[in-house]
Write a protein that binds this ligand. Structure first.
Ligand SMILES: *Cc1c(COP(=O)(O)O)cnc(C)c1O
Length: 295
């Protein structure tokens, strides 16, 4: 089977009086529309990993994630779509939630593991699948050079140039891929990375080791809202207003923090008048279901 999806990810202009006031234009690349389950950057990251698994004649994807992981769900759905078996090794004690329900619906087997053993993923893989010739290891979040390569293709799809690109960062693979795409096309666009973790300056190492050429980009580490999966009322109110004003769903774990950062930096006059800014909607809206009680 040919492992590919037809990419539908239009660039959409969004408007707000704030943008007019500061003379900037803002666009969203709608990677959230690529697939309802294999959402956004997760498809881009999986594409070459699945092709590699296929080349190596391995038909069982084994990957890792927390109980709310968009990557687990994307892998489950991609496995179902392209004829692989899938196992998800889940951090922490056995739980049930909407994300894991959707993983199971797509036929993924789940193995729960304590936080201590979760740290050593190659050891877990060897432990459960060491003798299994069909099993193919995919790191947490799809972090890999193959993942970055898939994400670099986002830049191939752009038909206009931008002064800035904004993207939320978990493992940094998507950021690195987009930066590599900018390098390949010799674009002068400034890349802006928004880590969703506390103390996000470590993200620089994660991104840099996947870059094909060293290049300057901006890392904005002050938009984590207390850490991964954390949110306060300011972020939640921003998301409510954004969704109601645009009809585009964002969520508090990734895209909400990234868009908040963009609006905040516009208000703080970070951008030259006349700037064109592209924000990447990296998908993940099922993550909203795990955050319902914060709304
Ligand atoms: C996983 C995810 C990210 C993080 O991507 P990385 O490549 O791990 O940095 C960003 N946005 C959304 C919506 C995600 O689900």
């Amino acid at each position: 089977m040919n492992i590919d999806l037809e990419i539908f990810s239009p660039v959409q202009a969004i408007s707000n009086p704030l943008f007019d006031e500061h003379d900037v234009k803002v666009f969203l690349k709608r990677d959230d529309l690529i697939h309802p389950m294999i959402s956004g950057n997760k498809w881009r990251k999986l594409k070459y990993l699945l092709k590699t698994a296929q080349e190596q004649q391995k038909d069982h994807l084994v990957t890792f994630g927390g109980a709310y992981s968009n990557h687990l769900l994307a892998t489950a759905a991609a496995a179902a779509r392209f004829g692989f078996k899938a196992t998800g090794i889940v951090r922490g004690e056995a739980v049930d939630n909407d994300t894991l329900f959707l993983c199971k619906l797509h036929g993924m087997q789940l193995i729960f593991t304590d936080r201590e053993s979760y740290r050593d993923k190659p050891a877990l893989f060897a432990n459960y699948f060491g003798n299994n010739e069909d099993a193919f290891f995919i790191d947490e979040g799809g972090a890999s050079a193959e993942g970055a390569l898939g994400c670099s293709e986002l830049v191939d799809e752009l038909t206009e140039t931008y002064d800035h690109i904004f993207c939320a960062c978990g493992t940094g693979t998507t950021a690195a891929g987009i930066i590599n795409g900018l390098t390949r096309h010799q674009l002068k666009t400034t890349f802006n990375a928004i880590p969703v973790f506390k103390n996000g300056s470590f993200m620089k190492n994660e991104i840099d080791h996947l870059l094909t050429a060293p290049i300057h980009y901006d890392l904005h580490t002050d938009y984590h809202f207390g850490g991964y999966g954390k949110a306060n009322n300011e972020l939640i109110d921003f998301i409510k207003q954004f969704v109601a004003a645009t009809g585009i769903v964002i969520e508090p774990v990734y895209t909400g923090k990234m868009m908040y950062a963009l609006y905040d930096l516009i208000a703080k006059k970070h951008f030259k008048p006349g700037s064109k800014i592209l924000a990447i909607h990296s998908g993940g809206i099922w993550g909203l279901l795990g955050m319902k009680d914060k709304f």
